[in-house]
Ligand binder design. Structure first.
Ligand code: ATP
Length: 337
């Protein structure tokens, strides 16, 4: 039995959470793999209700669970996810982008993963006013840069595809901060002589993600650049509705969709739950590896193939050209699981 904490979030978060619970309960009912799910409050609604975007009880329950699923939160995202990443030391943000048949991808041979440093950079929350100006501190450390570089090289080795790591930065302008990031990546690359290492400026990378997305295998980059480039890479393979993410530390991990709370479509039962459900697949892979539990890996594969088989058959939500509502699409998945 795995204890899963689930932050239900804001905007489309509660609808996606219903979908996630329904899928996990179906797995528990029909497979030899059980989940004990605890729904938790965090975000705008929690702030209004309790005065805290991340209530203490939510944090303590997350710490006692085996893994956390997080639906998107609204305006208070910085007080929830950024804090959780730092408090739980979830230093690696993993965002895969892969073209699947029948998805509106730019090409059919894209298979990359963005490995984004998750604890520092301009998202460290160190901002202040100074007279009539506003200042943000960009902190980049050698320790965090080497740690994320190692994660990226290990990922390239495990994927065993192009065996390539592209370090994305802007060290020609931010000479000291990105200079340190690149230097750290170069040093780590020396431990992986059989993995190709290359560097690319972030503006060129933004262009190449459109121009030649098939050239990428593993991209390693800093927090802000990774956030922006991963929204772009998810669009390149079919949109935010299909883009999962994992926040991974040495002992704990949190899984969430790449997209935000999408208030424009909240409460309409039209959001695509796939990005959240594919993040459950990432959670199953992580649990499987951590606990040497092949059942998790097998069920994760089944969940992923079920989603893409449905898409292939034209059973899909509006954002990717279909007609199914969130709940109808979820039901189709649970039937097939
Ligand atoms: P954040 O900064 O919190 O990531 P954002 O401003 O980038 O949020 P999102 O909420 O991620 O905005 O979404 C951008 C748009 O993409 C939404 O307005 C919505 O129309 C669409 N979108 C996002 N997620 C989904 C989804 N799961 N299903 C369908 N459409 C979506």
């Amino acid at each position: 039995m795995y204890k899963i904490s689930l932050i239900t979030g804001d905007g489309i978060g509660p609808e996606l959470s219903d979908s996630a619970v329904s899928v996990l309960n179906t797995i528990s009912d029909r497979h030899d793999l059980k989940f004990d799910i605890t729904k938790l409050k965090a975000g705008d609604a929690a702030l209004k209700e309790t005065g805290k975007a991340l209530p203490d009880e939510t944090l303590s329950t997350i710490k006692k669970s085996d893994a956390c699923l997080k639906a998107p939160v609204g305006e208070s995202a910085a007080d929830v996810i950024v804090v959780l990443r730092q408090m739980l030391d979830l230093y690696a943000n993993i965002r895969p982008a892969k073209s699947y048949p029948h998805m509106p991808a730019l090409r059919d041979d894209i298979d990359m993963v963005i490995v984004r440093e998750n604890t520092e950079d301009l998202y460290g929350g160190k901002e202040f006013s100074l007279g009539d100006s506003a200042v943000a501190l960009r902190i980049i450390s050698e320790k965090a840069s080497k740690r994320i570089a190692k994660y990226a090289f290990e990922t390239a080795a495990q994927r065993n595809l192009m065996r390539k790591v592209t370090c994305v930065h802007k060290s020609n302008v931010m000479r000291i901060t990105d200079g340190l990031f690149v230097k750290s990546c170069i040093e780590v690359s020396r431990n992986y002589p059989d993995i190709l290492f290359e560097q690319m400026y972030v503006d060129a990378c933004a262009m190449n993600l459109i121009r030649q997305p098939e050239q990428f295998d593993v991209i390693v980059t800093t927090n802000l650049f990774g956030d922006i480039l991963s929204d772009e890479s998810s669009q390149v393979v079919g949109g935010l509705g299909m883009a999962p993410a994992a926040n991974i530390g040495d002992n704990f991990a949190l899984f969430e969709p790449v997209h935000g709370a999408a208030f424009d479509i909240a409460g309409k039962n039209i959001a695509n739950p796939s990005s959240f459900l594919l993040s459950i697949k990432m959670m199953l892979d992580w649990l499987g590896k951590k606990h040497d539990d092949t059942r998790c890996i097998a069920v994760g594969k089944k969940l992923e193939s079920t989603i893409f088989d449905l898409v292939k058959q034209g059973v899909k939500t509006k954002d990717i050209g279909g007609e199914k509502s969130t709940s109808e699409f979820t039901r189709e998945i649970t039937i097939r699981l």
